[in-house]
Design a protein around this ligand. Sequence first.
Ligand SMILES: [Zn+2]
Ligand SMILES: [Zn+2]
Length: 303
Amino acid sequence: MLLDRRVAGLRKSRPDLGEALDLQEVLVRTALTAARPPQAEPFPLPREAAAARARDGVPLLHDQPIALDVNFAADLFSRLANSLADRDQPELRPQLDALVEAATTGQLDPERLFAEAFVQHVDHVAELAASSGVDAELLATLAHQAVAPLLRAYAERLMPVLERAGGELWQRGYCPICGGWPLLGELRGVELSLWLRCSACGSGWRGRRLDCPYCANDDHRRLGTLVPDGENRYRLSVCERCKGYLKVGNAFDPPPPELLPIEDVVTLHLDVVAIERGYRRPGGSGYRIELAVPEGEWLEELA
Ligand SMILES: [Zn+2]
Ligand SMILES: [Zn+2]
């Protein structure tokens, strides 16, 4: 399994990662051991409509009638919570107990929680945490990871649609599928073209090397590169206009979407350098997508 090989290699070459790598490995492994794949129901999206969306910068999932596989997300959510509980971190215990309590007593509505996590409305997920009295960061992390396989399943279906419609039409710094911000940049091929990888669904799309992905600033005097001491694979692209940063590395062998969180942990030392110098990753998503209510549910509500 790719995860085993990657993690075994890193344990040898990067002993400094320690706990952070252990934790991420547990979370990724839990997601990979679901009893069944998530359901991603197709919806009609003609080629011209996909091309128009790409030109206008509207992610393909926006305003689509999607019936979320809530059972899949709820099962993964509780398995993730159990995996964390098994790690025996006493300081996390009270937060985990409160979370499990809220989820099992109905204080947290799973439909609402996973819908908000799917569209990456982090403000709404925070509101749900506050109203049900659970730790906001823990809820956001677990809900994000619980819906990630659903987002990846849609991305797998929709990426070929975008490519047939003309993938090069997409010129934005956020994800063409779900509107998420990039987690990382990858320099691919002999020409080292820039690919951005989505923090929510893992999709990869061509980025513009001379633009800030967050604010589209293209003034080269206000864009910079930081190479931390001793670093040979990654560098930081920074923007002086919005103070955003992106970790960009050579990718001879880009990781599959489900292993991207491992790459993020491997490059944590770059986040530290960026944050110390006053840069940040923007919160939320680049394009705030919404889900259209499927027709069947409108009819149920009217009945
Ligand atoms: Zn995405
Ligand atoms: Zn910027």
